[in-house]
Structure formats: structure tokens, C-alpha cells
Design a protein around this ligand. Sequence first.
Ligand code: MN
Length: 485
Amino acid sequence: MKEKIVYFIAGSQTLYGDDVLEHVRQHSEEMANYISERMPVTVKYLTTCKSNDEVVAAVKQVNADDNCIGIITWCHTFSPAKMWINGLRMLQKPMCHLATQYNERLPYDTIDMDFMNENQAAHGDREFGYIIARMRMDNKVIAGYYKEEETLARLAAWCKAAAGLAFSKTVKVARFSDNMRNVAVTEGDKVDAHINLGWQVDFYPVGELVEYIDLVTEEEVDAQMAEYATRYTMGTDRIDVVREQAKYEIAIDKFCKDKGGYIGIVDHFGTLQGMNQLPGLAIQDLQLKGYGFGAEGDWKVAALGAVMQYMADQKGTGLMEDYTYDMADGLCLGAHMLEVSPQFAGTKPEIQVHPLGIGGKSDPARLVFEGIEAPEAVAVSMIDMGDRMRLIIQKIELVKYPKRMPNLPVAGLMWKYKPNFKTGIEAWIYAGGAHHTVVSSRLTVQDMVDLANMWGMEAVVIDENTEINEFKRQLMLTDIIYRRK
Ligand code: MN
């Protein structure tokens, strides 16, 4: 992500003379470098814009630069905002308006009119803000001294989301199944997702994958098994069953690369003709390589998982499913049939083989572990409202299993909902949130809200401030705001 660039563009004008403009340049460069060292991406001073033509030229450069994921704008001096109109009309990347200053404090003893003219962000940022509001641009505004921790943290979240947006436009999902029969929430408009999110979602008959599986050599399987041994404990003597999963992993990885770089994978336990087992261990381990996974044909969660994993630096993020409650203690046990990502492992994952009640296949190998703890995590669901996608973001707390579960044959996570068990569940259900989610212990609600804003998507947040009646009113309002038909 550090290779991605956010350009820092200062706004000014020629009214104040060359000396002032030289200071603007020096200060902006110094500020961009200071910020850059504290961001997940690279922040680079681009230019100081003083006219319509200069803004247009800068924006053309921003748009054409594949490595550039967005811009930070700031008005050191006053910058007449009509000069921004033509350029901003053609801007194709996210913009964060940083309402800050080079100096933190006023120089009370020495302040004079020269200082006032050179340092008037309070003045200039308002003029700039007006034109953004007038043009109805959905940009980010962050106010605060640029060296302040909180300002930097908010800017880092925005940078992460901007990088996620750029990544989103490259996401390709290979689905080896349609959605599970009769299931509603995993459905969605793939053309809409392609237009608005950049996701290319393609179907392949599982037979094409089976051809790849048949070509995997014993040597390749040996190498994959050696890799498993570095990460996992072998908890079974049915080695052939495990080797079959290794084969699946190699074949899926190769298939995705050969076919043009798929980073999302979708399967379904009911459409595995030609395969002996449901891919369990294989899918789990693939999620360490950045693949997003969706079960039962759920391509939305596969693509969302790939994007969120990218934003989270491939840590603590993956497919989850609200499975079963402890209603007395207000807990949810999240898991899946097999495919829980080892990024969630709080104990060393063990490879085990157990029967699988559904699907009618051989006993599959899978990783079993207890999930991590995290005081703040998010569970995110994307649903199709018929005219648009809605992103539901819930703050959760990942907690330790209160007791061992020796008969549980899958990996899991245990969590508490915000604001509390009942309101958390009610709000999720009112919003239409799915059972499949992407959970992340590395991303915050703000990261996801920033990304939703960049996507132009409705974002529904459930957190410690959620109150159910107010929440329902908000859903009614956003339904009007975002309704497309
Ligand atoms: Mn499922």
C-alpha cells in the first residue's frame, strides 16, 4: 500500500507575491513529508495551484497516474474557488480537504498583516469548501493540526479507504457456482456492482477447476504439505485427505492466476461434481494469500472480503457467519461449515478431518482453532436493496471462548454486539444485514464508512450510539436518499 500515492495540492493565488508563494511551497512540501511518514500510503506534494489552468493540469496528472489513489487539498492562503471548478469537475479520484495550518499557535508577540496574509487557511478553506458544497461533491473534510495524533489517524483511515477504492476497481471474482437455491440475501446485481464498485464477477463450471486439480503433481502437493507443516499442527493420520485439500489449493491458486488474476473465489457445497471433498483447508489457507472467499455462491462477500483484506494488510480479516447464540451471556459464536480464515486464529490451527453432514461428499480436512480477541472489530455486510447496494457496518467485540468446545469441529470466533446484544441484533435485522459477513479486527467503522462514501454507497452503522427507534428513522431517510428507481 505504501507504493500508492496521495498527492498533496495547495491552493493559493498570485495576489500575495512570489515570496509568499515560495513559503507556501516549502511549507506544503514539509507538511506532506511529515504526513507521509505516518500514513499507510505515500503522501507527496504535487503543486500549488493559483489559477483555473493550473488546477486542470494538476487534476489531469492525478487522473492519469495509476499509482495515485487520491488527493489532499489545503488552502494555505486564500484561493478564489472559481479557479477550482473546471479541475474538480474532472477529478476521478477521492479528495480529502485537510483544514489545517502550518503553525499550530498564533505568534502573539509578532503577528502582523504579512503573517495574516500568508497564513489564512481559516479564510481560504471556507471559500474552497463552498464550491465543494455547491458542486455536491462527496469528499472528506478533516479539521485539525496536521501533527496531531487524531488528525493523522483520521487521515490514515481515509488513505486506507482510498487505497481500498482503487483496489476495488481491480477485483475479479471467479465463481464456481451460482447462488444457493432459494437463498435471497446472497443474491445481487452483478452489473450494478461492476458499474459502481468495479467488480468483475465471472462464472466457471467446476469441471474447469477439476481439470486443474487433475494436473497437480505429487511434488507440488509435497511442497504444499511442507508449507502447512510450518503453520499448522497435524491432528489427523488421514494424510491422503489432507493431500487432497493441498491439491485443491494449488489448483485454485493456479486457475485464478492463469485466468487473469482472480482475487475472489466462490464455491458451493452442492456443486462440486468431480471433487471428493468440500474445499476447507484449501480455502482457509488461500485466505492468507489475499483471496476473498464467498460460500454458497455469495460473490458479494468474496469481493468485499478481498477489498477488506487488502485494506487490513491481510491480517485479522475474512468471511464469517453469525451461527449460534449464547443468549444468557449475550454472545454470538461465528463460524462456517469449514472455511474460517486462519487470520482469525487465536490458538495454533490444527488440521483435522471430520464428517460433513451436508453436501454428500467425503470427510473434508479443515483447520480448527479458537478465534482471536479484539476489543474493537467490525462485521460488514453488503446487501442488494433492489435498486442499490447497502453496506451495513456493525461494531463488535471479539472475546475469548468462555469455555472449551471439544466437539466443535470447526474454527470460530466469539463476539459481543454493539451497542448490546438485543439492540445489536434488532438493528442488524431491521437493516437487512446478511448472515455472511466480512469481519475484521484491523479495520474500524470509520475506515468502512469512508470507503462506502467513496463508493457512493449507503452506509448503515450499528455501534455504541445506536438507539433502535432513531435507527429505524434513519433507515427510512437513507432509503429515500439513496433510492435509485
Ligand atoms: Mn454460509
